[in-house]
Design a protein around this ligand. Sequence first.
Ligand code: ASP
Length: 407
Amino acid sequence: MERERELVAIRWVVAGILIGIVGGLLLNRAGGAESPLFEMITLGGDLFIRLLRMVIVPLVAASLITAAAGLDTRYLGRLGGVTLIYYTATTVLAAALGLTIVNFIDPGVGAVLENVQAPQEIYERQPPTFADLLRNLIPANPIDALARADMLQVISFSLIVGVALNLMGDRGQAVKQFVGEVLELSMVIVRWVLYLLPAGVALLLMRAIGQAGFEVFAPLAKYMGAVLGGLAIHGLVVLPLLVWLLGGVPPWRFLRGIASPMITALSTSSSAATLPVTMRTVERELQVPGYISRFCIPIGATVNMDGTALYEAVAALFIAQAYGVSLSLSEQVVVLLTATLAAIGAAGIPSAGLFTMVIVLQAVNLPLEGIGLILAVDRVLDMFRTMVNVEGDAGGAVILTTLVGRK
Ligand code: ASP
């Protein structure tokens, strides 16, 4: 009965997509962002995203504390280790796929370099050093980290609290129960927000398509083709195959099962905003046990970004080609590693990957202005790379269930 209801909801979501696309094209013809309707559509879309974001911090904190407090510490250690290895391996694989494709297609050869400029923030933002990254993992003030929704800090703080509660045994019972109830409460709100998913998707797509300047796509068609082609191969072949071989779930069932989070990712361009939907779906549609999804989905939404890694690799080589720079094999290995780092470091919010690209470009001495070349189409590519990022998290949850074993 429940399952029947979820499937019906998918039909509504598909209707939302169609309305979003048709409405967006009409809006585009009616003046796009200048049209009087645009403001209302933007407001509606923003309200939907805010509702999703509203539950992220309590959901992530409560999920990770519950997972770390409830699991046997040796099991938790194994789960943590395998999760990190799996996330890193698939991210490197995605970046390698991006590099292979871009070397075949050569999308940047002959690109026009007139008046290229990157956004001002790109120059102002210096990439963090390794020491900074490490330092930033530990919040000096956890309340501040929760308030700023600094997800990496929320994750480390929650894991520390969870393990401490775990070791306290029965004495921590009241806190464990409280956190468990916060988790349930967050999921109730997620269920409500999900009822709004079809409308949210329609509004967000209408806005994105309504304000898109399609004329900028033509000169970048080859570059877009390389990114989208790579994402399609990773999302429709590589990940489903891995889930099938390592997780035992056939591709069609996997892809159909994760339709809701994929569509939410497409319309919000944010893994973080999609996180509540991803978590609910892997538990209900793919039968991932709660103690695994509560652990690996919040971490995955923050650090596991296959789509972003692939895009960073393609974009860096595209920029190199546009400037007539040919990168040697060892320089391409540097791109592979820094694209992986840049993907891990990108927050799960729109356009985050565009900014962390600085890490890759600086590592191989490419001009930061190059980011200006790809700016015009970034919004669209962000939608699709976020979809693959979220798919990687959902697939990871299935695979980790078999790799680590149920408890
Ligand atoms: N928007 C992406 C995400 O939330 C990150 C990126 O910009 O690549 O997963």
